[in-house]
Design a protein around this ligand. Structure first.
Ligand SMILES: Cc1cc2nc3c(=O)[nH]c(=O)nc-3n(C[C@H](O)[C@H](O)[C@H](O)COP(=O)(O)OP(=O)(O)OC[C@H]3O[C@@H](n4cnc5c(N)ncnc54)[C@H](O)[C@@H]3O)c2cc1C
Length: 437
């Protein structure tokens, strides 16, 4: 969308903000990169379109590699003071009944579990931490709608703020604005779609005393694959269906869906009556896709903006944080000492992240096909069961450590290479106020 003449006048009248790095999108990728750069004394402006971090359609899982990065910058223990659950055990259906195993038993890390924490709390924590640095600025309710290029280099970002149009001029712009990235569209980048045989119905039901204790529970049957995420005040439920199956589910009616859900997850059977209208059950069109090129002069894309992740495996947040870590490692020092950021520097970020991203997306594509097959086979009379040959693997910690490591860290997990020593200036160094969830 183009700016009106009136809005342009206003931007000119009120001046243009100058910063070193302008990050679009306050999700895990953008918030984390902003913090990592702020720690390195880089002037950074973070623009987030929403007025707060409360959103339903989000993931909640932090794996060991994200926790290790947070540990390296001294934040892991404080983060774990916020309300969260740790998930180590998973239960799968077998022909001999449910089988529970500790996925992370053989993993060598301080964090052999998945942390389940409301993403909104996590983002508030990270941005509160960034606010301790005087060189960080956060603009909430700032919707980016234009990129301005000069001689083929992205120079400015224009956004619609609470009180009109604003403009930020930056040495580097980072698009971290998620799966529907506006920056990606404005830059003219096309996504290469990989596979998506499943969709997810996403809804909440109430939580009651005596509910299962699993923070992350899965159930399969009746053509559905259910994931229950304990959000303490309610259960967030992801219900996987085969792609294109939504029309059929709707035509069969809400009553049929409620009955199927109750059959697959009898522990929550009395709760599905809370689903009274389809608008309570939005559908997430699952996508796995990535960009061929993550950058152009003056602009870098990271996180879901560069590679849309499936919710499968709950790793999208991890990959967003890892992208931020690599971008900070490669570019932070150069930006700080005002060395020009060359296209090769941006290409280096993509080079380091491309293989890990391709590997996990390949895994997600294969796993999605497996889930789709499992979902389809569970639609019949026979209950879905994990194949017998998988069971011995689930009982041997060192063998389990192979998939656990891949899920928790991926290939080439990054660590803090720069900015370790930077602390806020003395006058700003009081502990930030952090919501306690
Ligand atoms: C329903 C669902 C469940 C999921 N479950 C999990 C899970 O359990 N675990 C997991 O790891 N991953 C999960 N994922 C994937 C995960 O959420 C993403 O991979 C991850 O959030 C990507 O982080 P990001 O920072 O790149 O993008 P996002 O988290 O999408 O953040 C992008 C941010 O940019 C902002 N923005 C967008 N447009 C603009 C604009 N024009 N101007 C300014 N700001 C803008 C958005 O408001 C948003 O805050 C799930 C995804 C979905 C959809």
């Amino acid at each position: 969308m183009s700016l009106s003449a009136e809005s342009r006048d206003r931007i000119e009248a009120e001046g243009i903000e100058q910063t070193t790095c302008c990050i679009v999108g306050g999700g895990p990728a953008g918030a984390m990169l902003a913090l990592l750069l702020a720690r390195q004394e880089v002037e950074v402006t973070l623009l987030e379109t929403h007025k707060d971090f409360e959103r339903d359609f989000r993931g909640d899982t932090l794996h060991a590699s994200a926790m290790e990065i947070l540990d390296e910058i001294g934040l892991a223990d404080r983060l774990l003071n916020l309300r969260h659950a740790k998930v180590r055990h998973f239960t799968v259906p077998t022909k001999g009944g449910p089988f529970t195993f500790d996925l992370f038993a053989g993993l060598k890390t301080r964090f052999p579990y998945i942390v389940v924490m409301a993403q909104s709390r996590f983002l508030e924590f990270i941005t509160e931490e960034a606010k301790r640095y005087p060189n960080f600025r956060l603009a909430m309710g700032a919707r980016v709608e234009e990129l301005v290029e000069e001689d083929g280099v992205v120079r400015d970002v224009r956004y619609r703020g609470r009180d009109g149009w604003r403009e930020v001029r930056a040495t580097l712009t980072v698009g971290a604005d998620g799966r529907f990235s506006k920056v990606r569209k404005l830059a003219g980048f096309d996504l290469v779609k990989i596979s998506s045989p499943i969709d997810v119905l996403w809804f909440r039901i109430s939580r009651r005393e005596g509910d299962p204790k699993e923070a992350l529970a899965t159930r399969v049957g009746s053509g559905l694959f259910l994931v229950f995420i304990d959000r303490f005040d309610y259960w967030q439920v992801g219900c996987t269906i085969v792609k294109g199956g939504y029309k059929e589910v709707r035509e069969a009616g809400l009553d049929r869906l409620r009955r199927s859900l109750a059959r697959v997850a009898p522990e929550w059977a009395d709760r599905f009556d809370e689903l009274k209208e389809w608008k309570q059950i939005p559908i997430l069109s699952v996508e796995v896709s990535r960009l061929k090129r993550w950058h152009k002069p003056g602009l870098l894309l990271i996180g879901d903006a560069a590679h849309v992740m499936s919710p499968l495996g709950g790793v999208g947040i991890n990959y967003a944080i890892q992208d931020a870590m690599v971008a900070s490692n490669v570019l932070g020092e150069k930006i700080r000492i005002e060395e020009p950021i060359r296209d090769q520097d941006l290409a280096e970020v993509q080079r380091r992240r491309e293989l890990p991203t391709r590997a996990i997306q390949t895994f997600q594509s294969l796993a999605q096909k497996g889930v789709a097959r499992g979902v389809l086979s569970s639609a019949g009379e026979r209950a879905f069961a994990v194949p017998r040959f998988v069971l011995p693997i689930l009982k041997i910690p060192w063998l389990l450590a192979i998939p656990a490591r891949f899920l928790s860290f991926g290939l080439r997990p990054p660590h803090v290479e720069a900015g370790k020593e930077t602390t806020p200036r003395a006058e700003d160094a009081s502990p930030p106020s952090v919501p306690t969830g």
